[in-house]
Every structure is written in C-alpha cells, then in structure tokens.
Design a binder for this molecule. Structure first.
Ligand code: SOE
Length: 401
C-alpha cells in the first residue's frame, strides 16, 4: 500500500456513468458531512474515451483522468480503486487493484458469476493480510430508514420473522425500440433485472433480517427478445428496415419464492417491465409482534405496525426517519428536513473511509456479496429447470455486521 502521511485517502474511479456520477457526488460530500480521520482526494477518473472522460473529470470534480485503468492502479499516489464499470470487468480490475495494494470499492453485483466472485473473495482475503479493505456497493443498506429497520428487527420489535416480501420494479426498457445496451447482454452484465435490481433486494432483506436465503423456486422471462443496436455493430442480423438488431440474452423480469435460514418464507420480484414503476423498491417484513415496511419512493419514512399496542390503538404508524438519533442523520439537517437517494452513497463512503482509517473490514464484504451471487446463481438454475426448488450454497461468513 502506498505511503500517505498527510491523512488523505486518494481515490481513483473507473467508470463515470450513472454509478460513477453517484459515487462522485458521495466522494465530494463525505468530508463535508462527516468528521472523518481521512480526507478524500478525488485523484483521477478513468474512461476509454479521452474527450468524454476529461469532460467527466471536470464535471464530477476529479483532479485528473486516465484512459487505461491499469495506469490508475500502477500509480503510487492512489490508495483506493472505486470500480463503477459494467459487471464483466469487475473481477479483472478488482483483482489487479488488490494485487497492487489498493483498497477496493466495487459496485454491485460483485461479479457476473459465482466463479468470478469467489476469485475476488480469495484476492480480498489475501490482500486483507496487508491491511487492504474491500466493500461491495449495496448502497440501500445505508438509507437511514432501511438501517433503522434492521435495528428494530435485531432488537426483536417484530418478534419471530414469518414473511419477507420484496419487490424492485422499473420500466425503463418497455419500449421495443430501446437499444441493446450493456445491461441487456449476458456477457456484459451476467444477468438482467435479476442481477441488477434483484441483487439489491436479496442483499437488503438478508441484511435487515440477519437471515440467509437457503433455497428458491424461480421464474424468469424476457418479454422483448431482440432490440435495435447501432448499424455498425458486426455480426448482427438486419431487420426489414435495414436496422441492425441483436438478441437480448438476459431476463427482463425474475420472480422467486424463498426460504430463509431463520424460518421465514419470502417472495421476491425484480422487473424492468413494471409499467409505471420507475425505481420502486419495497420491502415488507411480517413478524409475530408486528410488521415493518420500507418504500424507496418514501425513503425518509418507515411504516411500523406494533402488534403489542392495545388493539384500540392498532395501525401502521409512519416513522419520519429524520431524527438525529436515526442512522447517519446527525450529519445532516434538523428533524423533518428530508434527505435523498444520493445520501445513501455518501453514507457508504463514510463507512468505507472510517473502516480504512480504523483498519477494520467495511460491510458488505466481498464474502457477503458472494452470498448474494450464490442466490442469483440458484435463481437462474431454478428458472432454467422449470422452477425446481434449488438449494443455495452458503458461504462461510455471517450475513451482515
Ligand atoms: C438500474 O437501472 C439501476 O441503475 C441499478 O443498476 C442500480 O443499482 C440501482 O440503484 C438503480 O437502478
């Protein structure tokens, strides 16, 4: 690991699209919102197109830019590599960065396959020996209302967990003319809605309940099977109007039932064809003493049904999660002044920087992210075998800190 005496944590980020922009916002703000032992320096951003990445560096607040990620990990003035690329490059970049002694934050899902995820876990375990830290970017854990949900479940406020009910619904590709972008290609993304947004509700529900998914029965569907691409792409059939088309090789939607390690039973739905739902993540947990509901579209609120109250007072109460005692909120505004989607990334950077400074492992670890990858694999296997019940192999580590 490079020497760095002036308490800076120098970051290099690979990729500058949606997640790169969200991470940049978080790196820019984390030291202004939280008192941290290290000050983040946004040293450089990496992208293949020099004109575009130089513009992104300027717009997103990076000191400089490079066009080859290998140059970034070779620099001794970089301490952290933040991987914000499509899934097919997560393993190569991460493993090389760890070997070069860099801490790594890698976007979710960790990899495009269990084999890649295992290789990343092994590389992280080896690097940990020299104090290198890693985190996988399941940011929704760090929405304060979701973190409060976990605290309340862990404190027994719901009693024995019976049901988990989780959906993550979008509708950005319902137009058949929407082009064949990387998220719709198996070799780039690994899977479709399942790995992109299904991974979030898998991680979030395991984190909130402290239980692991042990088995699944699944259905997947690809509603639109071919899409237009730029005509210059090679090896693709042309439609009647001469426009080149390509095969969609991932799921548009994935539905599965599951059993959890603590005895709960669960339903999961991840779809990019839920017309009208833009980023609709909702988790409901039903227990023997009550229920909790988290809805990303109302992310400053948590609905709580407390069955221990007198029956005359029963009902779902709305907790406004903006008090200073709520997770992360003391860094922001007075009660009632709500926060947004982007704050979850700032909270993620806060926990990462603090963990690096303290010399402890941040969460979710690559091992926890491998746990998500194993569920993704089981869902795909079940769907391919006519929804057969499929056991999920379990990694050796607990679900979440
Ligand atoms: C998909 O459109 C996506 O950008 C996911 O990749 C992100 O992880 C999610 O937070 C928002 O939606």
């Amino acid at each position: 690991m490079s020497t760095n005496d002036n308490k800076e944590l120098r970051v290099g980020m690979v990729g500058y699209a949606f997640m790169g922009a969200a991470h940049s916002q978080a790196w820019r703000t984390v030291n202004r919102a939280f008192d941290l032992p290290l000050r983040v320096r946004m040293a450089a951003v990496c992208g293949r197109d020099e004109a575009k990445v130089s513009e992104a560096a300027d717009k997103l607040g990076w000191d400089g830019y490079v066009t080859d990620w290998r140059e970034l990990i070779a620099r001794d003035d970089i301490d952290v590599i933040d991987v914000c690329t499509p899934g097919d490059s997560h393993a190569e970049i991460t493993i090389a960065a760890l070997a070069a002694g860099k801490h790594v934050m890698c976007e979710k899902p960790l990899a495009n396959s269990v084999a890649e995820a295992r290789a990343m876990v092994d590389a992280a375990a080896a690097a940990r020996e020299s104090g290198i830290r890693t985190l996988c970017g399941f940011n929704y854990r760090r929405v304060p209302a979701a973190a409060l949900m976990r605290q309340m479940v862990a404190a027994g406020r719901l009693g024995v967990i019976r049901h988990v009910r989780a959906v993550y619904l979008q509708d950005w590709i319902t137009d058949p003319q929407f082009p064949l972008v990387w998220r719709l290609q198996q070799e780039r993304a690994g899977s479709g809605a399942l790995g992109d947004i299904g991974a979030h509700i898998i991680d979030l529900t395991q984190y909130i309940t402290g239980q692991r998914i042990t088995g699944v029965s699944a259905l997947t569907e690809t509603f639109i099977k071919e899409r237009p691409i730029p005509a210059e792409a090679s090896g693709l059939a042309a439609t009647g109007n001469g426009q080149a088309v390509g095969q969609v090789t991932v799921d548009d939607a994935a539905l599965f039932t599951a059993r959890l390690s603590g005895g709960a039973i669960a339903t999961y739905e991840a779809s990019r064809f839920a017309m009208g739902r833009k980023n609709g993540l909702r988790v409901e947990i039903n227990g023997s003493l009550g229920s909790l509901v988290f809805d990303l579209e109302r992310l400053n609120e948590l609905e709580f049904y407390d069955a221990t109250k007198p029956s005359a007072e029963q009902g779902f109460n709305r907790i406004l999660v903006t008090e200073p005692e709520h997770p992360y909120l003391s860094a922001w505004w007075p009660p009632g002044h709500i926060i947004g989607y982007e704050h979850s990334f700032t909270h993620q950077m806060r926990d990462f920087v603090q963990a690096v400074a303290e010399g402890v492992d941040p969460h979710p670890s690559f091992e926890e992210a491998l746990g998500v990858q194993l569920v993704l694999e089981a869902v795909q296997s079940s769907a391919a075998s006519g929804s057969a019940w499929t056991q999920v192999a379990q990694p050796a580590v607990p679900v979440a800190a």
